[in-house]
Design a protein around this ligand. Structure first.
Ligand SMILES: [Zn+2]
Length: 357
């Protein structure tokens, strides 16, 4: 697909207050056809789904809607069945995560495009090509497709809890480690990731690291900026052909925590503190990084983000178990976690060096 189809500076992307009103314009521009399936949940139907259905119906679109109950295989299969039975031309995913994941995967499996309408920005999934789906063996990240259009209505997203916004900020900040891990992997294993993908991804994290004041408060402007960074992060993953520019060891620790904790914290919160954990390891092992630990820590503090695991109410025991488990997740991808294991230095020592546990 053409990478320019979704770009904050170009067409097919409407970001700002009342952007939702542009949905017919976006659909007209994209010319996918007139038969659309809206995928939402009970809440996001009311937040944006009903408005979109009304606008598109007024502009002669044939609109079907499906309210998912979860982002699991059943809901994906059911969505695909509706797409086929009612001969849909495209899908609009409306929500904070789950509806988006279902819309993304079901449209991919049926070989039709989808448009993303996030109602919260708690992670970068709204613009990425991977779907997080609950399967019989737990959560799985499945290959799907990027959206070809996006509506980021900052009025709607502003109403989502602040915790979602700050989680979204941390998911972008984690790109810093993901990029260092890609560079480390190349030097240790020869696995090469597209340089442009790494540059784009790193610039997303830099934007926040170097201007933390701009992200300190949840405002319409900071939300719009965060959407743009999420789109660019998604583009980096698309260029690389996998999630590696935006998902390094810090994401592995979060996936491990998802398995260990009875009630996991938000994805962005776990990868955020995981970013500090990985950064402390880079520092202790003397591996060069563009920004020092203190630059990253300062950004976290300025924005008011959690800077340790006790801040998230995660115990030392669970953290150490997660860090030990992390290397076993997606083991083909070399990260700072592998280097720590080879060095023989304990995670307890590393994490305590920066008061993270
Ligand atoms: Zn993430």
């Amino acid at each position: 697909m053409n990478l320019d189809t979704l770009n904050p500076m170009k067409k097919h992307t409407f970001i700002g207050p009342e952007a939702i009103q542009k949905i017919y314009q976006l659909c007209d521009e994209l010319e996918f056809g007139k038969n659309v399936l809206l995928v939402y949940d009970k809440t996001t139907k009311g937040l944006a789904g009903d408005t979109i259905a009304k606008i598109l119906s007024d502009y002669d679109y044939n609109v079907e809607g499906y309210a998912i109950t979860d982002s699991n295989e059943f809901n994906v299969d059911y969505t695909e069945a509706i797409i086929k039975r009612t001969k849909r031309d495209f899908v609009i995913g409306i929500g904070g995560g789950k509806s988006i994941d279902v819309a993304k995967l079901a449209s991919y499996n049926c070989d039709i495009p989808w448009i993303s309408v996030p109602t919260a920005i708690s992670h970068d999934g709204f613009a990425s090509s991977r779907s997080s789906i609950t399967c019989t063996n737990g959560k799985e990240s499945k290959k799907a497709q990027s959206p070809l259009g996006l509506i980021g209505d900052t009025n709607i997203i502003f109403k989502a809890p602040s915790r979602n916004y700050y989680s979204g900020v941390m998911d972008i900040l984690s790109n810093e480690i993901a990029v260092y891990d890609c560079m480390l992997a190349e030097s240790k294993t020869g696995r090469k990731v597209d340089q442009e993908a790494l540059d784009i991804s790193f610039s997303c994290a830099s934007e926040i690291l170097l201007n933390p004041e701009e992200f300190k408060n949840k405002t319409q402007d900071s939300i719009a900026k965060l959407i743009e960074l999420g789109i660019m992060s998604g583009k980096a993953m698309q260029l690389a052909g996998d999630s590696s520019p935006a998902s390094g060891f810090e994401h592995k620790t979060s996936h491990a925590l998802d398995q260990i904790l009875k009630i996991p914290k938000m994805h962005g919160e776990q990868v955020g503190v995981g970013t500090l954990g990985a950064k402390a390891a880079y520092e202790m092992l003397g591996e060069k990084t563009k920004y020092s630990f203190d630059v990253t820590l300062n950004a976290f503090k300025t924005i008011g983000l959690p800077v340790c695991y006790p801040c998230l109410e995660i115990s030392q025991k669970d953290v150490l178990e997660a860090y030990m488990m992390a290397n076993k997740i997606n083991p083909g991808r070399y990260t700072i976690g592998n280097l720590v294991e080879e060095s023989g230095i304990s995670w307890e020592k590393i994490l305590k060096s920066r008061k993270l546990i």
